[in-house]
Design a protein around this ligand. Structure first.
Ligand SMILES: [Zn+2]
Length: 552
């Protein structure tokens, strides 16, 4: 919506002044296409029905690199309706849709199918359809950044096949309602058929395995009891073996499984000691792991990792850091396994609390980035945690706002990770009350438990619980690319100061150290003066506040 406003302003300026250079100076976003609108918004053909359950049955045909299967969608109607939008991206194609005993008519428009019911279904009904599909899916050669199916091989030459679909959407490999606002309330079943010598690992728990000896196939039936993000659904096929563990907490035991290749067992047993450490830290900060019924899994893959719900994928070389790099450049990043910590943090922010619209993806990535430093604080103390979060600022580009374009499946800047994390860290230091901050972190996960949300809900929750209006702070860091600049001038005992490059009304309090003594200031765009008890020799802003300074 904000990007649209900028375009509107540019058009307005051009009309007023007839000056094309004005228009040329304002970066123009590309117009949103109809396909993007269909993918990224709640269309009338999506709005009238609510997904209750998916049962995806899919066979991976290795020789021809095809998929063949069906998805049974159980839904309830929120309004009467007779035309339904189902997403499935080419070259995959729907071959048949059944509704009870009858077959439904459908037509394709790019990535979308319009499904026509025989007659209008009334409001408040529960119903289901089964969608049959097949074809050669898009191949991803760079998972997880490029979505699709990767038909790979492991180190020993055995087939190693994975799906990834964050961003592009789950409809790149299975038919569904591909929008973040609607998760299947009663969960999902995923039945995967593969050659009998392979193992298929998906989300939730393995309920049973069928063996078709004549057809030399096995079908692995996985079940997820909780609502699940579409992009969090994944299938990994390989020569997997299973290791099991348990995590005991007050009031429950969490079943843990590690699905690894046979030659990875030893490395996994060593490196995955990170898992109980991660669970302990995050259950402290965010409350109970959100999917006890579905268990927790790490599944090894050939790409770095992804937050697949209750089935976190892992490919971080069994080493600390992120692919042997340190995100903060301060050494602290080597104290933990980035992928286990970051991707598992998404179980709380991303999978428990999920964005309705991809424009609000900072709710996933900003908090998961922020969670890395909370993990560090829990296990290594505040100094390391501050070094870490401050160190990650080197990755901030301030190229585009963090919030993307609503209704179009367009994400904002990659700054949603380190800048999102630093904004939350800054807000924590404005509140300056650890007990209150802990209660906000836990409260978010309790009050938005298993829900899809908007950024407005998260922003107003934090402001309300903190008792401080952070609306201008969120506007500044999420909706502009400008970092507040504190200008100050020292003159004897007095310091004159004000903010520049801030949104109207921005007056975020900060703490500064004057001659070694900590002072709270509340700068705004208007110049203010503070008088100290003696001549000011040193003036330093507490590093936990993500602002820039200029002495004049
Ligand atoms: Zn992430």
């Amino acid at each position: 919506m904000r990007t649209l406003k900028i375009i509107a302003l540019a058009v307005f300026l051009q009309m007023q002044f007839g000056a094309t250079y004005v228009f040329a100076q304002v970066p123009q976003a590309e117009a949103i296409t109809r396909q993007e609108t269909l993918r990224g918004s709640v269309t009338p053909e999506r709005e009238w029905w609510d997904v209750l359950h998916y049962h995806l049955q899919v066979e991976f045909l290795l020789e021809t690199r095809r998929l063949k299967g069906s998805n049974t969608i159980t839904f309830k109607t929120l309004k009467p309706g007779n035309k339904m939008q189902i997403d499935l991206q080419p070259p995959l194609a729907i071959t048949k849709i059944t509704h009870g005993d009858s077959q439904l008519k459908f037509e394709r428009e790019g990535n979308v199918y319009w499904v026509m019911f025989e007659k209008e279904i009334p409001k408040g009904a529960e119903d289901k359809i089964e969608i049959f599909y097949e074809g050669v899916p898009v191949v991803s050669r760079n998972p997880p950044w490029v979505g699709g199916v990767t038909w790979g091989r492991d180190d020993l030459g055995d087939p190693f096949i994975v799906t990834t679909c964050q961003g592009i959407g789950a409809s790149i490999w299975w038919p569904n309602k591909d929008h973040g606002s609607d998760e299947p309330d009663r969960g999902m079943q995923i039945s995967v058929t593969v050659p009998e010598n392979l193992v298929a690992v998906s989300n939730g728990r393995l309920k049973k395995t069928d063996h078709d000896a004549a057809g030399k196939k096995k079908t692995f039936h996985w079940e997820v009891l909780n609502p699940i993000n579409n992009y969090g659904v994944n299938v990994n096929i390989g020569n997997y073996v299973k290791l099991t563990d348990k995590y005991k907490r007050k009031g429950g035991v969490l079943d843990i499984e590690y699905w690894v290749l046979p030659h990875q067992k030893e490395a996994a047993l060593r490196q995955f000691k990170e898992v109980p450490r991660m669970l302990e830290a995050f259950e402290h900060w965010f409350g109970k792991y959100p999917f006890y019924e579905d268990g927790y899994k790490l599944v090894t893959v050939q790409y770095p990792g992804m937050e697949h719900q209750s089935s976190v994928t892992y490919g971080n070389w069994f080493r600390n850091g992120y692919l042997q790099r340190d995100p903060c450049g301060c050494g602290v990043g080597f104290k933990f396994d980035f992928i286990i910590v970051h991707e598992s943090a998404h179980e709380w922010f991303g999978n428990n609390i999920s964005m309705k619209d991809a424009a609000d993806m900072w709710i996933h990535e900003g908090f998961a980035n922020y969670a890395e430093n909370l993990f560090v604080e829990y296990h290594f103390g505040k100094k390391d945690a501050e070094d870490y979060v401050v160190g990650t600022r080197r990755g901030i580009r301030n190229d585009r706002p963090i919030i993307g374009t609503y209704g179009s499946n367009r994400e904002g800047s990659g700054d949603m990770y380190p800048k999102g994390g630093n904004m939350l860290h800054t807000i924590r230091h404005v509140i300056n009350d650890d007990a209150k901050w802990l209660s906000i972190m836990r409260g978010l996960n309790a009050d938005f438990w298993h829900q899809t949300v908007t950024t407005e809900q998260i922003e107003s929750y934090i402001s309300t619980k903190a008792g401080i209006d952070f609306s201008k702070v969120f506007d500044q860091y999420l909706r502009t690319t400008k970092i507040p600049l504190l200008k100050y001038k020292v003159n004897g005992k007095t310091v004159e100061f004000n903010y520049e490059r801030v949104v109207k009304g921005f007056a975020m309090p900060i703490r500064v150290t004057i001659n070694g003594k900590e002072i709270k200031l509340t700068p705004s765009e208007v110049k203010q003066t503070f008088e100290f008890s003696e001549d000011i020799k040193t003036f330093e802003v507490n590093r936990n506040f993500y602002i820039e300074t200029a002495k004049t």
